[in-house]
Design a protein around this ligand. Structure first.
Ligand code: ARG
Ligand code: ZN
Length: 876
């Protein structure tokens, strides 16, 4: 078998033919669905008169190919390497094809597949070619008419994009519905759902006074979990009108919940399909974090209607055009509803741990890649999250109003078109008059820029000089990097805790300003500054970079107390904790006692005692840096030292501050009924952080508090927090009964069982891996369901570092076994699950060898393009 080949952006050619109208008929059958397509094709005037027509197809049994009603002879077409090539075609014609596909054996979950009692589709990026012969590329946009024929009993509900225009009965207990979507769209936005589904209805009146019907379709037992998504959808529709002037453009908007789904959700025109985990919620089954996640994803998919659907991508190299912009939009939406600083803290934590790790690993790629083997591998944190950070920098560079003028012009100018990243950035340059040429490098260069800052104080002249240097490390295929345009938001905090007025070249910039770093190194002189000022740098994480500055611990404590920027107060606390933990790691490595720095205890004591109005931020400040973030700072990663030191730090904080944590725990109890409001979530978050310290202290009293909270059974946020503490404690007499009771109580609810799986396999105790193997045989587990795989295997390999990295290599072996099985069943999920195995470069030699060994074992298999691409990069 030939090795999979890469595709290059520089090879892009416009399509030779356009499709004005696509008519589809699906005759549904679980094993043999018949798909008839009538494509109204016209040659683009710019393309050659004799250009061949090329269509994509994968796994299709072709029954008929005809042009203008005339069946083609075998000599008139070729099928090679997933392409149908017809050399001679008229200028304008109707191409008819008829194919048979098998939705039941489709375990890749791309194209048309069966999930529980329903048929559903996932076409982005290249799933449509598994449904019918088609130019499956985003720059071919057509108006779709879709007729779905199904069994009246088994598929009473038949859905597709747009509006239903006709329905009727057919012989043999069959019926049909015909849907028409008036908006031209690429094939990746096509959707079909059929099955026995129930729906909740609501409506929304748009800003121009049009009434839109809203429907959420679910299996009957999930009807009680749809309120939150509906409320979130309406909030998102209002927000997009207010913040971006964007109105919905069809009379009907549908959401469907599906149990087997590779990703979170999909923005198909008028028919969004959601992973049930990303849409179903109620207080008994869903934690606060998931309520917020669902709100964000519902909004994200809805926002795609403009940033993605009305204006789409020319080719898949431009994926971040729609994803980065849409993530930025959903982040802004969420922070308008919930605690804005906490939203920022969470997004930045994700960037700095997982995206930075991706950017530093073997699969590092630019936000706009210039080549790929398998595009499904590029739905990454870099495309989504770093892509969103770039848009955020643009919005700050331009200012909110100008950015809005830019987005208005972008939507107006490119409506109905498939465009490139340049079109977006050039529109922003045009409305602002800014030169964004250097800024474009953010899309082209992979790797996380490293900023190194230092300062110098001249007491005589009362001048504070700040110097910042930048450097982006080499990444695979990109040795030399150019300086980027980095906006550094900053301020100076005086010794008395007051903000300093920033005067540069005699001009005042208030107490908060943005420095524009464009060179490899630059200097700024602040005048009229008193001794002892502390710089607060990169406020709000104003650019996706690493920043080093030699803050002393006293300076960090100072920022933690006084910084005007809530985000930087959190960041200062994290840095202070990191220094303390690294000190303890060093002691661990020397086999010495690990004593926690008294300044961290003092800092926490201050946080716990001083009244603060933002309890949500306080809860975040009380969480120590994650093991993943600590590991990100190390040149050589010592898994056990990180775990041991972090654990010891928590225990010592708990020992020293037990009464303080206890009073925070009690002060944040709630009497009202559960609601996912920001105020209540802040209390629960703070209360449960406090409880985790109390339990870490090891007193029986604390474990009993956790047990009481578990038994009170008020809402899943509190139950899950308590269950985790019990199950992760050394007290099997408390943990085991709770786990057993929870598993029995929720056996009927797979989304809750996912939480049960994840809770057990993230135990720090040495038996976690054996639990994974044991639970893989549990009746609620299935390797074919991506949510189950993520809950059991994903949680273990990504969140249980000490046990995944066991020195006997069993963690690696387990993951490799799973990847080998998934490679055959679901290559997209296989290529995602393998990632922890590819991050061996900074580990010790023993572990490196074990991990490479497992990668080699995987490489010896007959690999999908997805897994092949990742393994090749990892072993390069
Ligand atoms: N466009 C979807 C979203 O971000 C994701 C679809 C990804 N599909 C995939 N097969 N990787 O909302
Ligand atoms: Zn998206």
């Amino acid at each position: 078998m030939a090795e999979p080949q890469a595709i290059y952006l520089s090879d892009y050619r416009p399509p030779a033919y356009r499709i004005d109208k696509t008519e589809l008929t699906f005759d549904l059958d679980p094993q043999a669905t018949r798909v008839r397509a009538r494509l109204h094709v016209t040659r683009h005037p710019e393309s050659k008169a004799q250009a061949a027509l090329t269509l994509h197809g994968h796994g299709l049994t072709t029954e008929r190919i005809a042009i203008d009603g005339q069946a083609l002879l075998e000599s008139e077409y070729r099928i090679e390497a997933d392409q149908l090539i017809i050399d001679r075609v008229p200028e304008t014609f109707v191409l008819e094809t008829e194919v048979i596909i098998d939705p039941t054996s489709n375990t890749a979950l791309e194209g048309l597949y069966v999930s529980g009692p329903m048929f559903c589709t996932q076409c982005e990026p290249e799933g449509f070619r598994r449904i019918t012969w088609y130019p499956d590329r985003p720059d071919v946009m057509a108006v779709f008419t879709t007729t779905v024929i199904g069994d009246r009993q088994r598929q009473p509900v038949l859905l597709s994009n747009g509006n239903p225009i006709e329905r009727g009965e057919l012989p043999d207990g069959r019926h049909f519905v015909t849907w028409e979507d008036p908006h031209p769209k690429p094939a990746y936005l096509f959707a079909l759902v059929a099955g026995s589904l129930e729906c909740v209805r609501d409506s929304f009146t748009t800003m121009s006074g049009r009434e839109v019907a809203l429907e959420i379709w679910v299996e009957a037992q999930n009807l009680e979990k749809t309120d939150w998504a509906m409320a979130s959808l309406k909030r998102a529709m209002t927000w997009d009108e207010e913040a971006y002037g964007r109105e919905y453009d069809l009379d009907l908007f549908m959401i469907v919940a599906v149990d087997d789904f590779n990703m979170g959700a999909m923005e198909n025109k008028g028919l969004n399909i959601f992973n049930s985990a990303a849409v179903l919620a109620n207080p008994q089954t869903t934690t606060d974090a998931t309520f917020q996640r669902i709100e964000g994803i519902v909004a994200h998919e809805y926002f795609h209607n403009w940033s993605g659907n009305r204006v789409t991508c020319r080719d898949w190299f431009q994926l971040a055009l729609k994803e980065g912009f849409t993530v930025f939009r959903d982040q802004s939406f969420s922070s308008s509803i919930n605690s804005a600083p906490v939203k920022r803290i969470e997004d930045v934590a994700l960037m700095r741990t997982l995206q930075f790790a991706e950017d530093a690993g073997p699969t590092a790629h630019p936000v706009r890649p210039d080549h790929f083997i398998e595009i499904s591998n590029f739905y990454t944190l870099t495309i989504y999250e770093k892509g969103a950070e770039i848009v955020r920098m643009l919005s700050h560079l331009l200012g909110e109003e100008t950015f809005r003028r830019g987005s208005d012009l972008y939507f107006e100018r490119f409506d109905g078109q498939a465009v490139r990243v340049e079109d977006f950035v050039e529109t922003m340059a045009e409305v602002s008059g800014e030169d964004l040429t250097q800024f474009m490098r953010w899309y082209a260069q992979a790797g996380t820029p490293q900023l190194t800052a230092r300062s110098d104080y001249d007491a005589e002249k009362r001048r504070f000089t700040l110097t910042i240097a930048q450097q982006t490390p080499p990444t695979p295929g990109q040795e030399d990097k150019q300086p980027l345009h980095v906006p550094v938001r900053m301020g100076l905090m005086a010794a008395d805790g007051q903000p300093v007025e920033l005067i540069i070249n005699g001009e005042s910039h208030g107490t908060d300003t943005v420095l524009h770093l464009r060179e490899a190194e630059q200097q700024w002189v602040f005048e009229n500054v008193d001794e002892g000022a502390v710089p607060s740098l990169l406020r709000g994480f104003s650019a996706p970079v690493r920043l080093e500055y030699p803050w002393s611990r006293d300076e960090l404590s100072h920022l933690m107390r006084f910084d005007e920027d809530g985000f930087n107060r959190w960041d200062a606390t994290q840095r202070l904790a990191l220094i303390a933990i690294e000190e303890m790691m060093a002691a661990h490595q020397r086999n010495e006692l690990m004593a926690l720095d008294a300044r961290l205890i003092e800092a926490f004591s201050y946080l716990l005692r001083e009244p603060t109005d933002d309890r949500a931020v306080l809860a975040e400040m009380l969480r120590l840096p994650s093991e993943a973030w600590i590991a990100e700072q190390q040149r050589r990663v010592d898994i056990d030292a990180i775990h041991g030191a972090r654990r010891a730090a928590i225990e010592q904080l708990a020992d020293n501050l037990f009464p303080e944590f206890e009073s925070v725990y009690h002060a944040n109890q709630q009497s009202e009924a559960y609601a996912p409001t920001p105020e209540q979530m802040a209390s629960r978050s703070l209360k449960n952080v406090a409880l985790s310290y109390l339990v870490a202290n090891g007193e029986v009293e604390a474990l009993n508090m956790a047990r009481a909270q578990y038994e009170a059974d008020d809402n899943m946020t509190d139950v899950r927090a308590a269950l985790t503490l019990l199950a992760h404690s050394d007290r099997a007499d408390l943990g085991d009964p709770a786990i057993r009771a929870f598993g029995e109580r929720w056996a009927h609810d797979s989304l809750v069982m996912d939480q049960w799986f994840a809770t057990q396999v993230t135990r720090p105790q040495a038996d976690a891996l054996e639990r994974v193997r044991f639970l893989m045989d549990h009746p609620a587990f299935s390797i074919k369901n991506p949510n189950r795989v993520r809950a059991l295997i994903g949680a273990f390999t990504q969140q249980n570092r000490v046990n995944f990295h066991r020195l006997d290599g069993e963690g690696y072996r387990l993951l490799a076994d799973v990847v080998i099985e998934l490679n055959r069943l679901n290559p997209e999920i296989a290529a995602r699950m393998i990632v922890p195995l590819t991050r061996y470069h900074r580990l010790d030699e023993k572990r490196q060898a074990l991990m490479r060994g497992e990668l080699e074992r995987i490489r010896a298999e007959n690999l999908s393009r997805n897994v092949f691409e990742v393994v090749e990069k990892a072993l390069a």
